[in-house]
Ligand binder design. Structure first.
Ligand SMILES: CC(C)(COP(=O)(O)OP(=O)(O)OC[C@H]1O[C@@H](n2cnc3c(N)ncnc32)[C@H](O)[C@@H]1OP(=O)(O)O)[C@@H](O)C(=O)NCCC(=O)NCCS
Length: 165
Protein backbone atom coordinates (compact mmCIF):
# COMPACT_ATOMS: atom_id res chain seq x y z
CA UNK A 1 0.00 0.00 0.00
CA UNK A 2 1.28 3.47 -0.86
CA UNK A 3 1.55 6.19 1.74
CA UNK A 4 2.32 9.87 1.29
CA UNK A 5 3.93 10.01 4.73
CA UNK A 6 7.17 8.58 6.13
CA UNK A 7 7.91 7.19 9.58
CA UNK A 8 8.96 9.75 12.20
CA UNK A 9 12.54 10.73 11.47
CA UNK A 10 14.41 12.83 13.98
CA UNK A 11 16.91 13.96 11.35
CA UNK A 12 14.14 15.97 9.63
CA UNK A 13 14.11 19.54 10.92
CA UNK A 14 10.95 20.12 12.95
CA UNK A 15 11.87 23.41 14.60
CA UNK A 16 10.10 25.65 12.07
CA UNK A 17 6.83 23.68 12.01
CA UNK A 18 3.89 25.97 12.76
CA UNK A 19 0.23 25.00 12.35
CA UNK A 20 -0.77 28.51 13.50
CA UNK A 21 -3.82 27.64 15.59
CA UNK A 22 -2.68 25.14 18.21
CA UNK A 23 0.80 25.71 19.72
CA UNK A 24 0.51 22.36 21.50
CA UNK A 25 0.66 20.61 18.13
CA UNK A 26 3.89 22.48 17.27
CA UNK A 27 5.37 21.62 20.67
CA UNK A 28 4.41 17.99 20.28
CA UNK A 29 6.27 17.44 17.00
CA UNK A 30 9.35 19.34 18.15
CA UNK A 31 9.62 18.08 21.73
CA UNK A 32 7.54 15.00 22.42
CA UNK A 33 6.91 12.88 19.32
CA UNK A 34 10.41 11.38 19.31
CA UNK A 35 10.17 10.23 22.92
CA UNK A 36 6.73 8.72 22.41
CA UNK A 37 8.09 6.94 19.37
CA UNK A 38 11.06 5.54 21.31
CA UNK A 39 8.83 4.30 24.13
CA UNK A 40 6.32 2.74 21.69
CA UNK A 41 3.56 4.97 23.03
CA UNK A 42 2.55 6.23 19.60
CA UNK A 43 3.65 6.42 16.00
CA UNK A 44 4.03 9.68 14.14
CA UNK A 45 4.05 9.93 10.36
CA UNK A 46 5.51 12.91 8.56
CA UNK A 47 4.73 14.54 5.25
CA UNK A 48 7.95 16.05 3.90
CA UNK A 49 8.61 18.01 0.71
CA UNK A 50 12.17 18.94 -0.26
CA UNK A 51 13.35 18.31 3.27
CA UNK A 52 10.65 20.50 4.84
CA UNK A 53 8.10 19.07 7.23
CA UNK A 54 4.65 20.20 6.02
CA UNK A 55 2.36 17.96 8.03
CA UNK A 56 2.14 15.07 10.45
CA UNK A 57 -0.26 12.84 12.29
CA UNK A 58 0.04 10.58 15.29
CA UNK A 59 -1.58 7.22 15.98
CA UNK A 60 -1.98 5.12 19.09
CA UNK A 61 -4.10 2.22 20.21
CA UNK A 62 -7.05 2.86 22.47
CA UNK A 63 -9.96 1.10 24.06
CA UNK A 64 -13.45 2.50 24.24
CA UNK A 65 -16.13 1.77 26.85
CA UNK A 66 -19.43 0.65 25.37
CA UNK A 67 -21.44 3.27 27.27
CA UNK A 68 -19.37 6.11 25.80
CA UNK A 69 -20.75 5.28 22.34
CA UNK A 70 -23.95 6.69 20.87
CA UNK A 71 -26.93 4.31 21.09
CA UNK A 72 -26.72 3.52 17.36
CA UNK A 73 -23.04 2.62 17.56
CA UNK A 74 -23.52 0.41 20.64
CA UNK A 75 -25.33 -2.16 18.51
CA UNK A 76 -23.15 -5.09 17.41
CA UNK A 77 -20.31 -4.03 19.75
CA UNK A 78 -18.99 -6.23 22.56
CA UNK A 79 -19.64 -5.31 26.22
CA UNK A 80 -16.00 -5.38 27.22
CA UNK A 81 -13.74 -2.42 26.31
CA UNK A 82 -13.71 -2.14 22.54
CA UNK A 83 -10.36 -2.11 20.69
CA UNK A 84 -9.78 1.04 18.71
CA UNK A 85 -7.16 3.02 16.84
CA UNK A 86 -6.77 6.65 17.86
CA UNK A 87 -5.81 9.56 15.62
CA UNK A 88 -4.49 11.67 18.45
CA UNK A 89 -2.94 14.53 16.46
CA UNK A 90 -3.01 15.89 12.94
CA UNK A 91 -1.51 19.17 11.78
CA UNK A 92 -0.48 20.95 8.61
CA UNK A 93 2.10 23.73 8.49
CA UNK A 94 0.68 27.22 7.89
CA UNK A 95 2.50 27.46 4.53
CA UNK A 96 0.66 24.40 3.21
CA UNK A 97 -2.83 24.88 4.68
CA UNK A 98 -5.99 25.07 2.55
CA UNK A 99 -4.38 23.22 -0.35
CA UNK A 100 -5.83 19.79 0.34
CA UNK A 101 -3.04 18.35 2.47
CA UNK A 102 -5.28 17.87 5.53
CA UNK A 103 -7.61 15.73 3.44
CA UNK A 104 -4.71 13.77 1.96
CA UNK A 105 -3.25 13.13 5.42
CA UNK A 106 -6.64 11.92 6.64
CA UNK A 107 -6.83 9.53 3.67
CA UNK A 108 -3.28 8.34 4.46
CA UNK A 109 -4.35 7.69 8.06
CA UNK A 110 -7.31 5.61 6.81
CA UNK A 111 -4.95 3.54 4.64
CA UNK A 112 -2.88 2.79 7.74
CA UNK A 113 -6.02 1.82 9.66
CA UNK A 114 -6.80 -0.74 6.95
CA UNK A 115 -3.33 -2.27 7.32
CA UNK A 116 -3.55 -2.44 11.13
CA UNK A 117 -7.09 -3.86 10.95
CA UNK A 118 -5.80 -6.76 8.84
CA UNK A 119 -3.31 -7.73 11.55
CA UNK A 120 -5.21 -7.00 14.77
CA UNK A 121 -8.72 -6.36 16.02
CA UNK A 122 -9.69 -2.74 15.52
CA UNK A 123 -13.43 -2.26 15.87
CA UNK A 124 -13.44 1.52 16.10
CA UNK A 125 -11.58 4.52 14.73
CA UNK A 126 -11.35 7.35 17.25
CA UNK A 127 -10.26 10.94 16.59
CA UNK A 128 -9.48 13.60 19.15
CA UNK A 129 -10.52 16.87 17.52
CA UNK A 130 -8.64 19.93 18.70
CA UNK A 131 -11.66 22.21 18.48
CA UNK A 132 -15.30 22.33 17.41
CA UNK A 133 -14.38 23.17 13.78
CA UNK A 134 -12.29 20.02 13.52
CA UNK A 135 -15.04 18.03 15.28
CA UNK A 136 -17.66 19.18 12.77
CA UNK A 137 -15.32 18.30 9.90
CA UNK A 138 -15.01 14.72 11.17
CA UNK A 139 -18.73 14.54 11.85
CA UNK A 140 -20.17 16.18 8.73
CA UNK A 141 -17.60 15.21 6.10
CA UNK A 142 -16.44 11.80 7.34
CA UNK A 143 -19.40 10.41 9.31
CA UNK A 144 -17.77 10.22 12.76
CA UNK A 145 -20.17 10.47 15.73
CA UNK A 146 -19.28 12.30 18.96
CA UNK A 147 -18.89 10.02 21.98
CA UNK A 148 -21.38 10.46 24.83
CA UNK A 149 -18.94 11.88 27.33
CA UNK A 150 -16.71 14.05 25.13
CA UNK A 151 -17.91 16.02 22.07
CA UNK A 152 -14.30 16.40 20.86
CA UNK A 153 -13.72 12.65 20.83
CA UNK A 154 -15.46 11.17 17.79
CA UNK A 155 -15.89 7.59 16.71
CA UNK A 156 -16.39 5.68 13.46
CA UNK A 157 -16.82 1.89 13.25
CA UNK A 158 -13.94 0.37 11.27
CA UNK A 159 -16.57 -1.67 9.41
CA UNK A 160 -17.89 1.55 7.88
CA UNK A 161 -14.45 2.39 6.52
CA UNK A 162 -13.81 -1.12 5.20
CA UNK A 163 -17.22 -1.20 3.50
CA UNK A 164 -16.50 2.13 1.80
CA UNK A 165 -13.33 0.82 0.14
C1 LIG B 1 -7.17 21.30 10.23
C2 LIG B 1 -5.98 21.14 9.30
C3 LIG B 1 -5.25 19.83 9.59
C4 LIG B 1 -6.54 21.12 7.86
O1 LIG B 1 -5.47 21.01 6.96
P1 LIG B 1 -5.54 21.73 5.53
O2 LIG B 1 -4.43 21.18 4.72
O3 LIG B 1 -5.62 23.20 5.66
O4 LIG B 1 -6.98 21.19 5.00
P2 LIG B 1 -7.45 20.96 3.52
O5 LIG B 1 -6.85 21.99 2.60
O6 LIG B 1 -7.28 19.54 3.15
O7 LIG B 1 -9.01 21.16 3.66
C5 LIG B 1 -9.57 22.37 3.92
C6 LIG B 1 -10.85 22.18 4.65
O8 LIG B 1 -11.09 20.92 5.28
C7 LIG B 1 -10.90 20.96 6.69
N1 LIG B 1 -10.09 19.79 7.04
C8 LIG B 1 -9.46 18.98 6.17
N2 LIG B 1 -8.89 17.95 6.78
C9 LIG B 1 -9.17 18.10 8.07
C10 LIG B 1 -8.89 17.32 9.20
N3 LIG B 1 -8.24 16.16 9.12
N4 LIG B 1 -9.33 17.74 10.40
C11 LIG B 1 -10.04 18.88 10.47
N5 LIG B 1 -10.36 19.64 9.44
C12 LIG B 1 -9.92 19.26 8.23
C13 LIG B 1 -10.28 22.28 6.91
O9 LIG B 1 -10.63 22.84 8.16
C14 LIG B 1 -10.91 23.10 5.78
O10 LIG B 1 -12.26 23.41 5.99
P3 LIG B 1 -12.97 24.57 5.12
O11 LIG B 1 -12.79 24.20 3.68
O12 LIG B 1 -14.40 24.49 5.57
O13 LIG B 1 -12.27 25.84 5.48
C15 LIG B 1 -4.98 22.33 9.40
O14 LIG B 1 -5.68 23.54 9.17
C16 LIG B 1 -4.27 22.42 10.75
O15 LIG B 1 -3.21 21.86 10.94
N6 LIG B 1 -4.88 23.14 11.71
C17 LIG B 1 -4.32 23.26 13.03
C18 LIG B 1 -4.39 21.95 13.78
C19 LIG B 1 -5.80 21.40 13.86
O16 LIG B 1 -6.77 22.13 14.03
N7 LIG B 1 -5.93 20.10 13.69
C20 LIG B 1 -7.27 19.52 13.60
C21 LIG B 1 -7.25 18.07 13.72
S1 LIG B 1 -7.31 17.64 15.45
Amino acid sequence: MDFITVDFDKSIDRSAFDCKIHPALNAYITQQAGQDQKRNVSRTFMYVEEGTLLGYYTLANASVALDSLSKGQQKKMPRHPIPAILLSRLAVDRTAQKQGLGKRLTADFFRRVRVVARHSGVALIVVDAKDTDAASYYQNKLGFIPSNNNPLRLVLPTATLLKAV
